[in-house]
Design a protein around this ligand. Sequence first.
Ligand SMILES: [Zn+2]
Length: 270
Amino acid sequence: MPRWPHDDPASLAAYYGDPETGAPGKQLVPVAPPFTMYYAGKAVPHIMFHRKAAPALTAALDDIWRACGRNQATVDRLRISAFSGAYNPRYVRGYEPGNPEGRTPRWSNHAYGAAIDFDADHNGFNTGHGTMPQLVIDAFKRQGALWGGDYQGRTDPMHFEFCSREAASKPATLMDVPQTDGDTDGDAAPPAVETPPASPSAGGFFGRLRNWIVTSASGVGLTGLGALTNGEVVAMLLGFVLLIIVGSFLVALWLWGKQNVADWIARHIA
Ligand SMILES: [Zn+2]
């Protein structure tokens, strides 16, 4: 059993409260980091985080502090003290209400108070694993958190979130989950388009097809296909079918000669 709610709107809202009603914002508690953290150059006395994930955040920060020998200089050198945002009631970029692609609006995991970003300057959107120190990644994973550096397709290495991507008990919801929450907090951080490699608008056949295309493409080093709309998926499919028809026609011409092909067409089609 995963310790954290599955990364889909229904499971997240059931556990953390629905951002639509502002419920998560009413369940924030202050987490005081064991070392000094800074936001835009100013010390941050505490980080507001959802009460259900706050103990795990505290444990991860304590773990990081221990791994750095309880030394502020080490924490600063590794840039772990660069806080880049936590609770933020906003949507995943590209999934705002009324987005041009007609995607179902989707709250960022920051809107549940269950995600935190570190050192956005060096761990921007789609920078692979960024410069995130392994000890930070390990500390969060020990708490069962997910790391944005692990996302399929485009990555978000500044980002850690307390949710799970393990197979849900409700397969239908899987299709509606963007694999990337890619999250920079709008105000402070730079890079910022959210990507959703796997599945913009809908689930079902197109969602699966799109997942397949995106996964295959990223397998051969092609990324950035995550934002395919259903229309684009259909166009790719039609193009592929057309290519096969034209290809077989040319092969037939080459094998049997022009006259035989013309005869065959006359007999079977015309
Ligand atoms: Zn984030």
